[in-house]
Design a protein around this ligand. Structure first.
Ligand code: PMP
Length: 308
């Protein structure tokens, strides 16, 4: 997924030219992975460009930092305004991706991060379907990873911690090299946790089921929570329940959810077709409604949009 450069990146309160947005090679986060980030999207709506669930994302960023004991020198309102400003100044429209990052900069070496300076950047660029258009339309080929998700006592899974994504990268590389689109990760207890950057749902006998985030050691996904609301509004029941790999193999339908990936049907898991192997009716209905909601085509979800 190459990055398309845009004009400006927000750095610690000012907009700087894209190519000038650099940091020192001795920045703390570069060495120890201390820091937290978000992934946010903005879409074109009938009333102009809007950021989807902006406040929830920036609130999660602050919560991630709270877990890491990083004091962010900006308020929630300031961070939300900064995202809007970054999207506006770069004249971004449909499907743009926004990457806020809190990192520890230059000045201290050693694993104690407490005295390192805190920096915040927000970048945004046009970005298409994270798992590709084919997976989004026809279903992703998934592989259960040989890498387990972190135990929450080793790495706080409720925080989008920079270093935590080494675990996701190991699983992603393993899956991609074996010819799959994405990995599904089991928690240390062998139950289904989440994917490398997405939550997942199955549909069984008309009921939607997703692993309970904190028990499963999964991130509490904002897309996951949007899908729960959408599913309920469409008259479907949703339940958070622990699941094992055979629950995936035997599901009628399955799909994954994430800001970058959006809503993507799961076609197969470990080469076993999920249902007919084609996106199922409930998955398609939720995917369509989600795409309409993010683009401002569903008045019921208007409050999820922040106009740029
Ligand atoms: N799990 C992980 C590990 C993720 O990185 C993401 C992406 N932020 C998700 C789940 C999905 O979260 P969201 O829907 O809030 O993007």
């Amino acid at each position: 997924m190459p990055i398309t450069p845009t004009k400006k990146i927000w750095m610690d309160g000012t907009l700087v030219d894209w190519e000038m947005a650099t940091t020192h090679v001795l920045s703390h986060t570069l060495h120890y992975g201390t820091g937290a980030f978000e992934g946010v999207r903005a879409y074109k709506t009938p009333n102009g460009v809007a950021v989807f669930r902006l406040r929830e994302h920036m609130d999660r960023l602050l919560r991630s930092c709270k877990i890491l004991m990083i004091d962010v020198p900006f308020t929630l309102d300031q961070l939300c305004d900064a995202v809007v400003e970054t999207v506006r100044v770069n004249e971004l429209t449909e499907g743009c991706y926004i990457r806020p990052l809190v990192y520890l900069g230059y000045g201290e070496m050693g694993v104690n991060p407490l005295l390192a300076p805190t920096n915040v950047i927000i970048a945004a660029w046009p970005w298409g379907a994270y798992l590709g258009d084919d997976a989004a339309e026809n279903g992703a080929r998934m592989k259960i990873s040989s890498w387990s998700r972190h135990h929450p006592n080793s790495m706080p899974t409720a925080s989008k911690t920079v270093g935590g994504y080494v675990n996701s990268s190991l699983a992603k590389v393993e899956a991609v090299k074996a010819g799959y689109d994405e990995a599904i990760m089991l928690g240390p207890d062998g139950r289904i946790s989440e994917c490398t950057g997405e939550n997942l749902f199955i549909v069984r006998d008309g009921l939607l089921i997703s692993p309970p985030p904190s028990e499963a050691g999964a991130l509490r996904g904002i897309t996951q929570s949007s899908v729960v609301k959408i599913a309920n509004d469409l008259g479907h029941q949703v339940s958070f329940e622990a699941m094992r790999r055979d629950d995936l193999y035997l599901a009628d339908e399955a799909f994954l959810t994430g800001t970058a990936a959006e809503v993507v049907p799961i076609g197969s898991v470990d080469d076993r077709m999920v249902g007919s192997g084609k996106p199922g009716p409930i998955t398609k209905e939720i995917q369509l409604t989600y795409f309409q909601a993010v683009r401002g085509l569903r008045p019921a979800y208007e409050s999820w949009l922040t106009k740029v």
